[in-house]
Design a protein around this ligand. Structure first.
Ligand SMILES: *[C@@H]1O[C@H](CO)[C@@H](O)[C@H](O)[C@H]1NC(C)=O
Ligand SMILES: *[C@@H]1O[C@H](CO)[C@@H](O)[C@H](O)[C@H]1NC(C)=O
Ligand SMILES: *[C@@H]1O[C@H](CO)[C@@H](O)[C@H](O)[C@H]1NC(C)=O
Length: 366
């Protein structure tokens, strides 16, 4: 299945552009192009347990491993006015950030934390009054720990209802000013990191203390799509007419480059990599089902959409956000499941990826 990439907004990630000899200015970009910068709640806010905020899976993951953490981060919770000033000085049109679910609703469901609510209202007001358009992400990996403990978080379908209720609070409280909503940040990376590799929260995998890379990766992908679609439907039914905003989904995207320029197999492998990395979510969002290639490779471990779910998911994204950092070489080789003998995302995909993080990497290989 060919993947349709409909990108209607792009944030330029200037941080990784390195030393360019070319000089660009605004006039090189189309009229109305939005320049912005972006962060997430966990990377920016700090104030980890202040004013009623409860832990998310990020807090637990890093603390339990004694790793560097976001307890303080950029301290945006306290310094947001200063940060907005810097955005104005930089000349930004937009700022993309995420809401910390467990700051707004500490247990993930139930009562709203008034101080958390006030923080986001103040921050959004500060942006808007300085002419900076807020782009809000609802879920940037930081699930409330309470929901993880209560029923396993994203591996359980109960998450769909709780996510939709959380989205409802955000649309209702912030939707007068916020017109660009992203439900899930980098859905593919979140799923692979959290449930296939276990290298990001909640740290589950076949070779972790708990988890199952053969099955959970796909179950979580399915629940993310259903939760997104449910929140998107709610917006259309209850808010869109009045607020006039749009609801989208976001993905991490490589540029896939064949490892050998002559191998037809590498070309075919690229299509398989696209089906797994992009078609996995864009297929359902565009056509209501997973790519055939994926269904064939994953078999009964890939959840099946009911007819009703398929209709719900199809067309549920007003836009697709693409995060791009570096390309990857694709090679058609049989991949052994990384950490256990059970199949996982990579062995199902059946290609080897070599990441190119910078220009010198690129120079070495091409
Ligand atoms: C994962 O689940 C599959 C299907 O239920 C099962 O066959 C496999 O043994 C499980 N793997 C692990 C590591 O638990
Ligand atoms: C997990 O992986 C590590 C390192 O690759 C290995 O030493 C360990 O035995 C594995 N554990 C399980 C349960 O497979
Ligand atoms: C490029 O990335 C590689 C690791 O992928 C690193 O070893 C190398 O130092 C990087 N080069 C530059 C110029 O950043």
């Amino acid at each position: 299945m060919r993947v349709l990439l409909s990108v209607i907004y792009i944030f330029l990630l200037l941080a990784l552009s390195g030393r360019c000899s070319d000089v660009y200015s605004r006039s090189d970009f189309p009229e109305g192009f939005t320049f912005g910068s972006a962060t997430s709640a966990y990377q920016w806010e700090g104030a980890v347990d202040e004013d009623g905020k409860k832990p998310s899976v990020w807090d637990t993951f890093l603390h339990s491993r004694n790793l560097e953490n976001g307890d303080i981060a950029c301290d945006g919770y306290h310094n947001y006015k200063e940060d907005v000033k810097l955005m104005v000085e930089t000349g930004l049109d937009a700022f993309r950030f995420s809401i910390s679910w467990s700051r707004l609703i500490p247990n993930g469901r139930g009562p709203v934390n008034p101080k958390g609510l006030q923080f986001y209202k103040n921050f959004i007001q500060q942006l808007v009054s300085h002419g900076i358009e807020p782009h809000v992400t609802l879920h940037h990996y930081d699930l409330p720990q309470f929901l993880e403990d209560d029923y396993g978080g994203w591996i359980n379908r109960r998450i769909i209802k709780d996510f939709t209720a959380y989205a409802d609070v955000c649309f209702r409280e912030f939707g007068n000013h916020v017109k660009f909503w992203t439900t899930i940040n980098e859905a593919n990376v979140f799923t692979i990191g959290g449930y296939n590799d276990g290298t990001s929260p909640p740290g589950r995998c076949s070779n972790c203390s708990s988890g199952n890379s053969s099955t959970e990766t796909y179950i979580v992908g399915n629940n993310l799509l259903l939760a997104h679609a449910s929140a998107s439907r709610l917006y259309k039914q209850k808010y869109k007419e009045k607020q006039g905003g749009s609801v989208g989904f976001s993905l991490y995207a490589f540029e896939f480059v064949p490892y050998t320029s002559s191998s037809k197999d590498d070309e075919i492998a690229i299509q398989r990599a696209k089906d797994f990395f992009y078609g996995w979510t864009l297929g359902p969002l565009t056509f209501g089902d997973y790519p055939d290639e994926m269904k064939g490779a994953v078999g009964s471990r890939l959840p099946i959409f009911s007819e009703e779910e398929s209709e719900l998911v199809k067309g549920s994204s007003d836009f697709i956000g693409i995060m791009h950092y570096f390309p990857a070489f694709v090679e058609d080789i049989k991949v052994e499941p990384s950490l256990s003998r059970n199949p996982d995302f990579y062995s199902d995909m059946g290609v080897s990826l070599t990441y190119l993080r910078n220009r010198s990497d690129f120079g070495v290989r091409v």
